[in-house]
Design a protein around this ligand. Structure first.
Ligand code: SF4
Length: 443
């Protein structure tokens, strides 16, 4: 039996793409093994969202080639899509596939085995449509990513993704239904709808339905227990989607709305499609419509031209927004993006200092959010045991819960009472098991 090993860098969409390719190899009779083990084929699914990610991708490609010079080394994902020549010149690479044609990965590997370096990273076009790959998660049986959108047309000034992922394309609604059913039948308790630009779902063919139509389609599947939404651009939330969030207890009360900066001048330089007043209005509307909703975000610290005064504006705005969690990234210039050549690049030490300051502010809001859960009941999807005595899982509003280990509850949804705070989460005790949770009673 031939062995294949995967190593994936980057976002949830890349993780989902790797999971899909792994299923194709399993269906072709391959055994999937850990990347540290000897294998006949190594797939490195790369990321180039930052210089560091690109550097790491190169390191892992070289490591795979050293580990088994006789193996087929296949490089997929964003790196070969925007840097095919550079990847082809890394010693030992036999196949490059960009962010399309993953459906053919098994046959391309077979071809590369015979012919040596094979370049299958072609240009990305709207006409190619959405590449339908099997969905699911090969590592857990509880939560699965369902990729329903690919690509992006927004071209934020710092972002390389539109160049690596091409124009926005969407999974047809009927495929959203069949894949959701398949995942529910396979026993997944939570499905996460993801995309590179999820909120742009259907934008290329408006008549075929927007994100809300895709969410309704997934929710129409029998026995679906939980549906979570991946990152959505704040301007792409609509009232219909918020009403669903308010009224359907299966839809997790968690929205990830990337802010990126809390200063209007920086947002303009980033080419973000909103100002701070718009962002605040949207968040206020969401919180008014769905009171207990958790709002998480992404913020870039040290964008070119960000003065100390602008940074102070961002700190004040982030504090005011009181996110339940925020991921803070120091600006990383990406070759080929406009922002990489902007004047006023902020020094490395200063970027790190600003990242730390924003993380401190965000931590305070996160602790305030978690404290607000004390004494309340929440439904938790318990995913894994933590040591001998504990188990952990996520509430629908994205808090990590620690509870006494009960193997009969692992892999299922149970109602808990939040009893205390724990590093990065909350402690909880069982209030009610899944079977007893009234289906129409939203907490
Ligand atoms: S919306 Fe902006 S940040 Fe997000 S993928 Fe598109 S270009 Fe990048």
């Amino acid at each position: 039996m031939r062995k294949v090993a995967f190593l994936t860098l980057g976002c949830k969409v890349n993780q989902a793409d790797s999971g899909a390719m792994e299923q194709l190899f399993r269906q072709a009779g391959y055994l999937a093994v850990d990347f540290t083990e000897p294998a006949d084929v190594y797939i490195i699914n790369t990321c180039v969202v930052t210089d560091t990610a690109e550097h790491k991708s190169r390191q892992l490609i070289r490591r795979a080639a050293r580990q088994n010079p006789n193996a087929v080394i296949a490089v997929t994902g964003c790196y070969p899509q925007i840097g095919a020549e550079a990847v082809k010149h890394i010693k030992g690479v036999d196949l490059i596939v960009g962010t399309d044609r993953r459906r053919e990965i098994v046959s391309l590997v077979e071809k590369a085995r015979q012919s040596g370096c094979l370049d299958a990273a072609g240009a990305l076009s709207l006409d190619a449509g959405f590449e339908e790959l099997p969905s699911g998660n090969v590592n857990t049986r509880t939560r699965a990513y369902l990729k329903i959108q690919e690509g992006c047309d927004q071209y934020c000034s710092y972002c390389v993704i539109p160049y690596a992922r091409g124009p926005s394309r969407s999974r047809p609604l009927e495929s959203v239904r069949t894949q959701t059913s398949r995942l529910v039948e396979a026993g997944f308790r939570e499905i996460v709808l993801i995309g590179i630009h999820l909120g742009a779902y259907g934008a290329e063919k408006p008549a075929a339905g927007n994100l809300c139509a895709a969410v309704k389609t997934a929710l129409s599947v029998d026995n679906l227990e939980r549906l979570r939404l991946g990152s959505i651009e704040p301007t792409e939330l609509d009232f219909e989607l918020l009403s669903l969030l308010k009224n359907d207890r299966r839809l997790c009360r968690h929205l990830h709305l990337p802010l990126q900066s809390g200063c209007d001048a920086v947002l303009r330089a980033m080419k973000r499609p909103y100002g701070t007043a718009d962002f605040q209005r949207i968040v206020d509307e969401v919180r008014c419509c769905v009171p207990d909703v958790a709002i998480t975000t992404d913020i870039i610290a040290g964008f070119p031209g960000e003065t100390p005064a602008m940074f102070a504006e961002t700190c004040a705005f982030v504090e005011k927004m009181a996110f339940s969690r925020a991921h803070i990234f120091p600006f990383s210039p990406r070759a080929g993006t406009p922002a990489a050549d902007f004047s006023g690049q902020v020094g490395r030490e200063e970027k790190i200092a600003r990242t730390k300051e924003l993380a401190r502010i965000a931590k305070k809001s996160e602790e305030k959010f978690l404290s607000g859960l004390l004494g309340k009941e929440r439904e938790v999807l318990f995913e894994q045991a933590e040591g001998e005595t504990l188990m952990t899982g996520l509430t629908d509003d994205y808090a990590k819960a620690f509870a006494p280990l009960d193997n009969s509850l692992l892999g299922g949804i149970a109602r808990v009472l939040i009893t205390g705070l724990e590093a990065g989460g909350v402690t909880a005790k069982l209030a009610m098991t899944a079977a007893k949770i009234p289906t129409n009673m939203r907490l």
